[in-house]
Every structure is written in structure tokens, then in C-alpha cells.
Design a protein. Structure first.
Length: 244
């Protein structure tokens, strides 16, 4: 028994449906394209620092209206576990407290000392964040010989030079915020409280490499003398090539 064959009319109707759908889609697509113009996104506008003759000062950038308050700046609902650990309160300072966020006082100069009381907890947090974020370039001891530098990236200055040992604590917070030279901003990667923790740990690193001999305990002074006396002998030993 032969299977029933579809009639010619049914076959024609099935073959005609995709064609009608394609025509409908093409028509709809043409209407969409007709509504898109380059001027929809290339509208007349001014970019930052551009000249604008409309205003008396000739600048397109405008200052905020007097007495403008940043959005939700008076009191925020943000809390931080690390901030609570360091201060005993969970809510971080208001955005209006610039020194906490920027490291700078009201006159624009860096804050001389740390925002927090420097204790073991702050130094441990700073060591953790420094190791995770900064040591790749600055090195674990702060001499600018991190792994990224060893692989060819330009070396940052040593944290132990006189200029950086004598600089204010807020300076390090500002550099973390805004970057410096080849270093880009870490504002989005390092929280405000961790910036101060890193600054405290940098001070500990600097002191560890420049501690006065008289400030050492007797056992440490004896160990230092032993190391200094053995240094000339070690310098006379032949150096083997290390093929790494």
C-alpha cells in the first residue's frame, strides 16, 4: 500500500510561509533602520575642560550650586567589618570627612599621622593588604623589587629612601587613591580603612630597615654584630651562577 502523498495545494502553502515571514521581517528591519540616525548619539555637547562662550568665564564645566550636599553624604548606611574591628563602630565616616577618604586635611596637605591608633591589629591588617596588593611591585620588604619588576616592569622607588621615610602618612593614602607615575589608582581595589592600614605597615617596614642600633635589645645587637663581622668573609667567597 502506497503512503498518501500531500496535495499540491498543501505543499505550496507550506513552501510559501517562510517567504512571507522573511518579507515581514525585512520590512520590520527597514523601519528600525530608518529610525536610527547618527545624530541620536552624536548630539551637541561639551566635554570636560572645553571652552563655552555661553558663560562669562568661558568654561563649559560648572561648579556645583552653593550649599550643595553630596548624595547621602551626611550619613551613610555602609558598614565595614574592618573599620569596626579597628574603631569599635561599624559605620564608616561620612563622605564629608575628606581626610579619612583622601588622606588630606582641609588645606589640601597630607595628614601627618595615621587616622587610626597604630596597634598590632592595624599592622597585621596592613601587612595582609600590602602583601596582596603592593608587594608584587614594591617587594615584600619595600625595596621596589617585586616579582612584576623582576619580570621587566619598571621598578618603583624604594620605600626606604629619605623622601618617603620623611613624608606624611596621608601621602601614601593619596597615592593609593590616585596613583602616581606608572602606578594606577587603587581606589576601587583598596578600601579607605585598608589604605591607612597599609600606610601604617609601610612605616613598620621603614623602621625595620632603619632602626637605630641603640634601640635594639642586647640579643639583637649581638646578632647584628655577628652578621656584620661575617659579612667581609662572605663577600670573599666565590659566587656560583644560579641558572633560574
Amino acid at each position: 500500500m502506497e503512503p498518501m502523498k500531500p496535495s499540491k495545494n498543501i505543499t505550496a502553502r507550506r513552501q510559501g510561509l517562510p517567504r512571507h515571514a522573511a518579507l515581514a521581517l525585512a520590512a520590520a528591519y527597514s523601519f528600525v533602520l530608518a529610525g536610527c540616525h547618527q545624530d541620536m548619539w552624536n548630539q551637541p555637547r561639551y566635554t570636560s575642560l572645553q571652552k563655552n562662550d555661553f558663560f562669562a568665564d568661558g568654561a563649559a564645566d560648572r561648579l556645583p550650586v552653593p550649599n550643595t550636599i553630596p548624595y547621602d553624604a551626611a550619613r551613610r548606611g555602609w558598614v565595614s567589618h574592618e573599620y569596626e574591628t579597628l574603631t569599635g563602630q561599624a559605620q564608616v565616616p561620612s563622605l564629608l570627612e575628606d581626610v579619612f577618604w583622601t588622606g588630606k586635611l582641609d588645606d589640601g596637605t597630607p595628614r601627618p599621622d595615621n587616622y587610626f591608633s597604630v596597634d598590632v591589629a592595624l599592622l597585621k591588617r596592613g601587612q595582609e593588604r600590602y602583601t596582596a596588593t603592593c608587594a608584587l611591585c614594591h617587594g615584600e620588604a619595600g625595596y621596589g623589587n617585586g616579582m612584576i619588576v623582576q619580570r621587566g616592569f619598571p621598578a618603583p622607588p624604594s620605600l626606604h629612601i629619605d623622601r618617603l621615610r620623611e613624608i606624611e602618612d596621608g601621602y601614601f593614602v593619596d597615592v593609593i587613591n590616585n596613583g602616581f607615575g606608572r602606578m594606577y589608582s587603587y581606589r576601587a581595589r583598596v578600601s579607605a580603612e585598608d589604605r591607612w592600614a597599609i600606610a601604617a605597615y609601610i612605616r613598620a617596614l621603614q623602621y625595620s630597615q632603619n632602626v637605630p642600633k641603640d634601640a635594639l635589645e642586647e640579643a639583637d645587637r649581638a646578632e647584628l654584630e655577628k652578621a656584620l663581622n661575617s659579612a667581609p668573609e662572605a663577600a670573599q667567597q666565590p659566587v656560583e651562577n644560579n641558572a633560574h
